[in-house]
Design a protein around this ligand. Structure first.
Ligand code: MN
Ligand code: MN
Length: 456
């Protein structure tokens, strides 16, 4: 069904399913606030469904279910189809990194009675949104002896939280006159960590007290911060939004809402004709670069490993497999916001509740840098969505020349496969708390399932 409100088609039993599915998602998004946490959770879900680690499997046959990971920050789950893999793979791809505030390597300093931590934000944020609110620390400390210490502080109700201060309104006349991008500047996003001084220390007493606490609780030293990765994220669980509980407010819907629905679409499917996968990548918010971003050769290498374990490997077979693949770049869309309607062109906007959203193109200033999907491909997808009674809509990212953005679609498109962006509309994207509709979560899940079953 094109461009219709999904709630209107639901019977009571459907609404029950929609609400139940969103409970699973809320658990995922409440616990998974870093890429590593998303990967660990995905492994658990996959193994519970009988998926085996590709590394531990010698040969593969149709019907097999395997997963692979990369550096703890990428995950991919495959169902081996009955057809020749050279006919292509049906791919769902989402990113599991979200905008946040990272600690610098030399982070800790004491100033005027506080221990503060210097930070460098990650991804596109309105910096003023991240001050004066409860924040949690999620991360790892990699020690010289090879051990890794996992740290999560601020999620349990009994945990302390951390915080970034803002200037009181009484003294903010100068600040309030600044433009939005300067109201809170990057170097002012320093995290308040502690304020008790150590009795047995001569200088930096407050920092000394904190370091002793970190040593006692986590066995880490200040220098260990050099090989740590601390992500400062909004504290607390995702919540139902609206008196009718129709929406979910939480941190990191972009793009964990598409990651979860893509993963579940694979895990909840039993048999397929075409080999299919859900792949979760890192670093989308900073350009998909590096070993764990979508540009990494890891994806291609993993397909090569798969072919090698399934049949006899050769380079041409790999190229055929990848070129003949179809992909949904599962990423969120800008949800139409009635309060900021001036930023949208209504006919080509994504409405909350109207289902999975296809973006033929994203980009900025004349579609620059985008994957502009083939209309032949879009026609196939329209048929699949209609045949499977999935609510879907098409949109672009706001009015022409108002702004723009990108996804991983063009990266896989470079392999000469058909790719289109397909995801869930989000309100307040990249804010510490974002909003999605439960109907869209469910329709995206149904849409992804229909896609891997039917596209060929
Ligand atoms: Mn995204
Ligand atoms: Mn984003």
């Amino acid at each position: 069904m094109y461009s219709k409100n999904a709630w209107e088609k639901y019977q009571d039993i459907d609404i029950e399913n929609v609400m139940k599915f969103s409970e699973g998602y809320k658990d995922f998004i409440s616990k998974c606030k870093t890429e590593r946490e998303c990967v660990k959770y995905s492994i658990k879900l996959a193994e519970a469904k009988g998926y085996k680690n590709l590394d531990n499997v010698k040969t593969l046959k149709p019907g097999d279910k395997v997963y692979a990971t990369n550096k703890g920050k990428n995950f991919i789950a495959f169902i081996i189809g009955s057809e020749d893999i050279e006919n292509g793979i049906n791919i769902l791809g989402a990113h599991i990194d979200s905008p946040r505030i990272d600690l610098k390597q030399n982070a800790l300093y004491e100033k005027d009675g506080f221990t503060l931590a210097d930070s460098h934000y990650y991804g596109g944020i309105k910096k003023y949104q991240w001050v004066a609110r409860p924040l949690a620390i999620h991360g790892v400390v990699c020690k010289k002896d090879g051990s890794i210490v996992d740290v999560v502080i601020g999620e349990d109700d009994k945990d302390p939280i951390v915080y970034i201060t803002d200037l009181l309104i009484h003294l903010a006349a100068d600040q309030m006159g600044k433009t939005g991008s300067k109201v809170v500047e990057g170097e002012d996003l320093d995290i308040t960590l502690s304020s008790i001084p150590a009795k047995d220390s001569d200088k930096d007493k407050v920092k000394a007290y904190l370091l002793k606490l970190l040593k006692d609780k986590y066995d880490i030293e200040e220098e260990d911060f050099v090989s740590s990765e601390f992500e400062i994220v909004p504290a607390g669980a995702a919540r139902d939004l609206g008196l009718d509980r129709s929406m979910v407010m939480g941190y990191g819907h972009d793009d964990r809402v598409c990651a979860y629905t893509s993963l579940l679409a694979i895990l909840d499917t039993d048999k397929l004709e075409r080999t299919s996968c859900a792949v979760l990548v890192d670093k989308e918010e900073i350009g998909s670069v590096g070993a764990t971003g979508a540009h990494s050769i890891w994806f291609e290498n993993t397909i090569a490993e798969l072919i090698n374990k399934l049949t006899s490997y050769n380079d041409l077979k790999l190229r055929h497999t990848i070129t003949n693949s179809y992909m949904l770049s599962s990423d969120v869309s800008a949800g139409y916001d009635p309060i900021y309607s001036y930023a949208f062109e209504r006919k080509n906007a994504a409405f909350l509740g109207n289902g999975i959203t296809f973006n033929k193109y994203t980009g900025a200033r004349g579609k620059s840098g985008c994957n502009d999907a083939m209309p032949e491909y879009i026609a196939k997808i329209r048929k699949i969505m209609d045949d499977n009674n999935v609510n879907y809509q098409t949109a672009e990212l706001g009015k022409v020349d108002v702004g723009g953005g990108g996804t991983i679609a063009y990266i896989l498109g470079n392999y000469n496969m058909n790719v289109i962006d397909a995801g869930i509309p989000v309100l307040s994207m990249h804010a510490p708390s974002e909003v999605v509709s439960k109907a869209d979560i469910y329709e995206a899940y149904l849409g992804y399932k229909a896609f891997i079953k039917d596209i060929k």
